[in-house]
Design a protein around this ligand. Structure first.
Ligand SMILES: C[S@@+](CC[C@H](N)C(=O)[O-])C[C@H]1O[C@@H](n2cnc3c(N)ncnc32)[C@H](O)[C@@H]1O
Length: 283
């Protein structure tokens, strides 16, 4: 499945629109169809619905802040037979962090870093999205060797692999999408990581995780928060990501009722927030 946004605009606006596109930190593939004296048809392809939604949020913000009227836009799924799975790779640049480098190729560069080799296929998680990148930064900072970890909503498996590479005693990775599980298992294998990866629907969760990371959406974070924290007395850090600035208030309100965690650190990038919660018991 690929996710498409089709925008139809006029020639005057198309340059502006192109510079807006160039500033985005999303993975996408774009095709312009200019026709003389006619509107321009622009098709933008995303590999997953999160990037498509993220694009739409940013697009409407951009229209608002520039006081532009959009002429016409349509969202279409699965319209063109494009090899998205590989098309985006030509634009990919390695993501270089303090400890990790995320890349799609076996490359000799960055030999001082811990390499995470990722092919997300049609799952989410090539490391470039702010919600994933900020989780990696917090994992670098707070994950300690010997911890037991859970990656809830693992997508490509990238965050579970990161924990494993930092010397986790045990990593569980779950997703409710079978395609994500298939992709994760391949990536886990390619990275020689030690991760137990299964569909969350039939998963027997342990009760002794020290570190949980969940990059999903506010609704799902809230829905599963009690389940993920109840009976899990060992939790030291809980990383919550996928919180857009539209939903941050809702997340803050929800957390203000919680008695077990403090908000230890918040990272923000491009309107996306990642929270590092710390257990009060471990203070
Ligand atoms: C934004 S992606 C994050 C992928 C990866 N962890 C990363 O940080 O790049 C969210 C993932 O959560 C999964 N997901 C959504 N709802 C879920 C649920 N209720 N239970 C388990 N996984 C879920 C989606 O299928 C998707 O793969």
């Amino acid at each position: 499945m690929q996710y498409t946004v089709q925008i139809i605009t006029n020639h005057n606006e198309s340059d502006n629109f192109e510079s807006f596109l160039n500033d985005l930190t999303l993975s996408y593939f774009v095709e312009f169809f200019p026709e003389k004296d006619k509107d321009i048809n622009i098709n933008i392809f995303f590999s997953n619905k999160y990037d498509q939604e993220d694009f739409l949020i940013k697009y409407y913000k951009w229209l608002n802040s520039n006081k532009k009227e959009h002429i016409f836009d349509v969202f279409l799924d699965n319209l063109f037979d494009k090899d998205w799975q590989n098309e985006w790779k030509q634009f990919f640049k390695p993501i270089v962090l303090d400890k990790f480098v995320v890349d799609i190729n076996e490359d000799k560069k960055y030999s001082d870093k811990i390499k995470i080799l990722i092919d997300p296929g049609m799952a989410f998680g090539n490391g470039g999205h702010p919600t994933t990148k900020n989780c990696l930064i917090l994992i670098e900072k707070y994950f300690q060797k010997g911890m037991k970890a859970l990656d809830f909503g693992c997508g490509s498996g990238i965050l579970a692999i990161a924990c494993s590479k930092l010397g986790a005693k045990y990593v569980d990775a779950v997703d409710n999408d079978d395609l994500a599980i298939e992709v994760s298992i391949k990536n886990i294998h390619n990275n020689q990581a030690k991760v137990n990866c299964k569909n969350s629907k039939h998963f027997a969760f342990r009760n002794d995780y020290h570190f949980i990371v969940a990059n999903i959406t506010v609704d799902i974070l809230i829905k599963h928060f009690d389940f993920l924290t109840k009976n899990m007395k060992n939790i030291q850090y809980f990383i919550l990501s996928g919180i857009s600035d539209f939903r941050k208030n809702q997340m803050d309100l929800f957390l203000s009722y919680d008695k077990n965690f403090i908000i230890h650190e918040i990272l923000e990038k491009d309107g996306w927030y990642t929270y590092c919660l710390k257990s009060k018991k471990k203070l």
